[in-house]
Design a protein around this ligand. Structure first.
Ligand code: BJ8
Length: 424
């Protein structure tokens, strides 16, 4: 893909030399992690193609959108409301934040004792190797953990960054605050795009995003089957791509994947034997291309059957956003009510997350839970202690891990994961 897109990347101001190094490394990692898997669903070919074109075709689409006067919004959190962006005629993309490659550049700007996700994201922007950052008109930050909320002030020197004030608990006053924030965001999107967000436009956008959410929920429901019809690695990839791809296309192609998985479930065909150990992943999100944890788990012969994370069930929390009537305020309230069911560890108390993990362990027949938190992520590392206590009380085996995106860490995690799976 390199030659075909070179002029576009140069125009976007990418650091071509460093970008070439990244592009050379990615195919080998992908091949090693993904293409050797056994019994892969045929429909995964679509996601393989999307990854092979991740800096190509999708970026071209975003550039073309901008050439027609459209705007691109970059986001880092499931609390950034894609529905509002789409209603304003914008495109929302998840920004790159899951590679060790960009961490050293990030560490030159922000302290080393921040989680790898933040350092990777900052590194991608300052080193000019992420075309998504280059094509974005505005970054949406949010006040979740301390690391993120202070990083936005620094990132704003490199790219315009708008911050949404997410409350850290869920009282009636907090709900009001978040609804106010959504209204403020509507005004920001209107100012950025020059388009007015009408109730009808928001209803249409909500319908589109609801469809994407519904197909992802269908994918997760199919993973409850035994034997598991899809690997944790492949399911994670589909979710990661949902943050980048065109929502309508993604919904269509993921529907095709689900059709295939449904046939597999009927035929009792799986990616691993029915007796393979089933693992629930809980913890911090796994942004593309961070595939280490499911890869290590599945190398042991176990299967990841569900992820309690924002690249998993937390993304789908609250189900469908109801489109109450043709009234903007009511729709924003419905959006807030749906979003506030996402149990991010930045909330306190956050016992609903623990209830969720217990429920998911049962529904997906998990033999054990691996809770992974990025190092220096205080919310998830601390909440992991409460998760472990609750799971132990329920008699569910649990392993608490923390780490980063590096190869060295992967070696240590491998030993601990292997030992845990063996005990199940
Ligand atoms: S709603 S989980 S996507 S904030 S890993 S940057 S918390 S120090 S990512 Fe998240 Fe939204 Fe919450 Fe979900 Fe901070 Fe922890 Fe780093 Fe994190």
């Amino acid at each position: 893909m390199t030659e075909q897109y070179r002029a576009m990347w140069e125009k976007l101001g990418l650091d071509m030399q460093t970008h070439d190094v990244l592009l050379q490394a990615l195919p080998a990692i992908y091949e090693k992690t993904y293409l050797g898997q056994k019994e892969r669903p045929q429909a995964m070919g679509f996601y393989d193609y999307v990854v092979s074109e991740i800096h190509g075709l999708r970026i071209k689409e975003l550039v073309e959108h901008r050439e027609k006067g459209g705007k691109v919004f970059g986001a880092f959190c499931v609390y950034a409301p894609e529905e509002v962006i789409v209603a304003g005629g914008g495109i929302c993309v998840g920004l790159c934040a899951g590679a060790d490659f960009s961490v050293p550049a990030g560490e030159r700007i922000v302290p080393r004792n921040l989680c790898a996700l933040i350092k990777s994201a900052v590194g991608f922007k300052v080193s000019g190797v992420c075309p998504y950052f280059q094509v974005a008109d505005l970054v949406i930050g949010e006040t979740t953990c301390d690391g993120k909320k202070k990083t936005w002030e620094i990132l704003n020197d490199y790219i315009p960054t708008y911050v949404m004030d997410l409350p850290n608990s869920r009282s009636a006053a907090d709900r009001d605050l978040w609804i106010t924030e959504l209204k403020r965001f509507v005004a920001k999107v209107e100012e950025t795009t020059g388009n007015t967000i009408t109730p009808q436009k928001l209803a249409d956008a909500t319908t589109l995003i609801n469809r994407k959410r519904a197909v992802l929920q269908r994918l997760f429901n199919l993973r409850k089957a035994r034997p598991a019809p899809i690997s944790g690695l492949d399911a994670l990839l589909a979710v990661q791509i949902s943050f980048y791809d065109d929502p309508a296309r993604f919904t269509l192609k993921t529907g095709e994947l689900c059709d295939e998985l449904e046939a597999r479930v009927k035929a009792e065909q799986g990616v691993a034997p029915a007796k393979a150990k089933r693992i629930l992943y809980a913890g911090t999100p796994m942004p593309i291309p961070f595939w280490t944890i499911p890869s290590l788990i599945e190398q042991t012969g176990a299967v990841v059957v569900v992820e309690e994370s924002c690249t998993g069930t937390r993304l789908l929390a609250g189900g469908q956003t109801s489109i109450t009537d043709n009234n903007l305020d009511a729709q924003l309230a419905a959006l807030a009510d749906r979003q506030l069911q996402t149990n991010c560890a930045c909330f306190t108390p956050n016992s609903a997350r623990i209830d969720d993990i217990l429920r998911l362990a049962k529904e997906y027949q998990a033999d054990g839970v691996i809770h992974f938190s990025l190092s220096f992520c205080q919310p998830y590392n601390l909440e992991g202690i409460l998760v472990r206590k609750a799971l132990k009380n329920a008699g569910i085996p649990v392993l608490l891990l923390d780490g980063d995106f590096s190869e060295e860490q992967a070696g240590q995690l491998k030993t601990r994961i292997e030992a845990f799976v063996e005990t199940l």
